[in-house]
Design a protein. Structure first.
Length: 254
């Protein structure tokens, strides 16, 4: 089988980010123009986006199994692919909760959160679009810092929304339903940003690429690597164990 060139991976990242943006836009549309009777129909639309995103990730993982040279470390490629796919999965999860918990009205806080999700996905897609030029980009570092600011804003919005939910809603079933609806899109906007920004580093050297490791660990782009303890916000920290349980083990594809 002919070896895929570097653009195969970068194109895959871009497609994954685009699907996340489509999912975020659909969730925003559903919430801003809420029609409970149409939730099943919109659920099917979201599932088609999620399945398409899964196909992109599976294709990249299949290629990594046999790839000899990669544009950067294969573990980072696997993890970034997983992180991008998780964004779409979690956005779909919010719509799941709204459907099977029979949410009949949208809370104002939910609109603020979904707007943040849509914004963060757009900025994530911009950053992903810059990855092919990661060694010479003049804007990538600024984009990473900007996304980190979005993460902080999302953390604040989530905490305020949860506070209002638990102090103003008297229906315990609605509290439970909205708790999960809030968590899914907020993690979608924050988790990949934490994974990108907290572990971001580029260290250029003259070392040649090693077989199976692209530019090698001496000149490594660590994007999408799991954040370390203490580097996440209030929401991210609460999901760290879950994130680790689903992460690709280092060296699993080596």
């Amino acid at each position: 089988m002919a070896r895929k060139n570097d653009s195969f991976y970068f194109d895959g990242f871009k497609q994954s980010a685009d699907y996340a943006c489509q999912a975020a836009h659909l969730l925003s549309e559903v919430m801003h123009h809420y029609e409970p009777d149409r939730l099943l129909e919109r659920f099917d639309e979201m599932h088609r986006i999620e399945q398409a995103a899964d196909e992109v990730r599976h294709g990249m993982m299949d290629e990594l199994v046999t790839a000899f040279i990669t544009p950067f470390d294969r573990d980072d490629i696997a993890r970034l692919s997983s992180v991008l796919d998780d964004v779409t999965d979690r956005i779909e999860g919010a719509l799941h909760r709204m459907y099977y918990d029979n949410v009949l009205e949208i809370r104002p806080d939910a609109l603020d959160l979904v707007d943040m999700v849509e914004r963060s996905c757009g900025k994530m897609a911009e950053l992903i679009g810059e990855l092919p030029r990661f060694k010479r980009s003049k804007t990538l570092r600024e984009q990473v810092f900007f996304i980190n600011k979005i993460e902080q804003d999302a953390d604040r919005l989530f905490v305020e929304a949860m506070r209002r939910l638990h102090t103003t809603c008297t229906d315990p079933l609605q509290v439970l339903a909205w708790h999960e609806v809030y968590v899914h899109p907020t993690i979608a906007s924050m988790s990949p940003m934490s994974s990108t920004t907290s572990s971001w580093r580029t260290a250029e050297s003259g070392s040649p690429p090693r077989p199976g490791h692209g530019v090698g660990r001496e000149c490594r782009l660590t994007v999408g690597v799991e954040p370390r303890d203490g580097e996440l916000g209030a929401v991210g920290q609460s999901k760290l164990v879950e994130h680790r349980a689903g992460a690709v083990a280092p060296g699993a594809l080596a």
